[in-house]
Design a binder for this molecule. Structure first.
Ligand code: SF4
Length: 263
């Protein structure tokens, strides 16, 4: 069955998976927490700074599953994987080590929301809390998975940083849906050296209009692929100051997993 633009579920109920592993969350509100990462395959956009190029094309292929938390002792499989196999991969890591939560990441995990609507109730019934790391565009996919999400970590994409022309109205609809559901939600904005101040201000003001008062995390871009320049310290200070003049809850957190050499 075809879905809304940007959705790509496997009709057989399997999931396109790139990898399952245990690591320390390096971004935004849950930074430092130990999570099981379920990285799904496929993304509906192509950000200039994306550090997961192998997870972007929504097609079958090799995937890897870590057996022991943090050891990177990969079992290599072919994706898509049956839902039961994904449950077992997550459970095995969780049994070996208590984790804070499961991070659904990608790619864009909500592209496979119908498969997730089968997987997530099983994981939640086993006591796992679920966080979705999402580009904040696929509101239909969010609606399908929200009943099982404890946290939503939503990106706001700035065209002047990622070159993807994501409409702010799309992000506004997504953020309202997450906040209206009462799910703990925060916003992450990757900022680069060439960020457009007007575009940045509009994004912050949009968050300020949201009744849920989500916290905003500014994440200085980590140079990767086509992006070779990070914002200067002065730029980051100025961006946070601009944001704080419009909205009271704005923190700056760089990608800490990269600082400590993690996946
Ligand atoms: S939304 Fe995320 S996974 Fe998709 S291209 Fe952008 S950074 Fe990469």
């Amino acid at each position: 069955m075809s879905g809304a633009p940007g959705e790509s579920d496997d009709p057989s109920g399997r999931l396109l998976v790139t990898e399952v592993f245990s690591a320390i969350q390096g971004e935004a509100a849950l930074v430092g927490q130990r999570q099981v990462f379920l990285r799904l395959t496929g993304c509906n956009i192509r950000c200039a700074y994306c550090d997961q190029p192998e997870a972007l094309e929504r097609r079958p292929g090799p995937c890897r599953i870590e057996h022991t938390p943090g050891r990177r002792d990969w079992e290599h499989r072919q994706s898509p994987l049956p839902i039961d196999d994904v449950v077992e991969a997550v459970d095995r890591l969780w049994r070996a080590l208590p984790h804070h939560s499961v991070s659904l990441t990608g790619g864009e995990p909500l592209m496979q929301s119908r498969g997730l609507a089968q997987l997530l109730p099983v994981l939640v019934a086993r006591g796992h809390r679920i966080m979705a790391e999402t580009n904040g565009m696929l509101t239909g996919g969010l609606a399908r998975t929200l009943p099982w999400l404890t946290y939503v970590s939503m990106d706001i994409k700035l065209d002047s940083v990622d070159g993807e022309h994501v409409d702010l109205a799309t992000h506004r609809r997504f953020l309202a849906a997450a906040c209206d559901a009462g799910t703990t939600t925060w916003v992450k904005i990757v900022v680069g050296a060439a960020v457009d101040p007007g575009e940045f201000d509009a994004a912050i003001s949009m968050v300020g209009d949201c009744s849920g008062h989500p916290e905003v995390f500014l994440q200085p871009v980590t140079p990767f692929a086509a992006v070779t320049e990070a914002p200067t310290p002065d730029q980051v200070l100025e961006l946070q100051a601009r944001a704080l003049r419009r909205y009271p809850s704005v923190r700056v957190i760089p990608q800490t997993h990269k600082a400590i050499g993690q996946l």
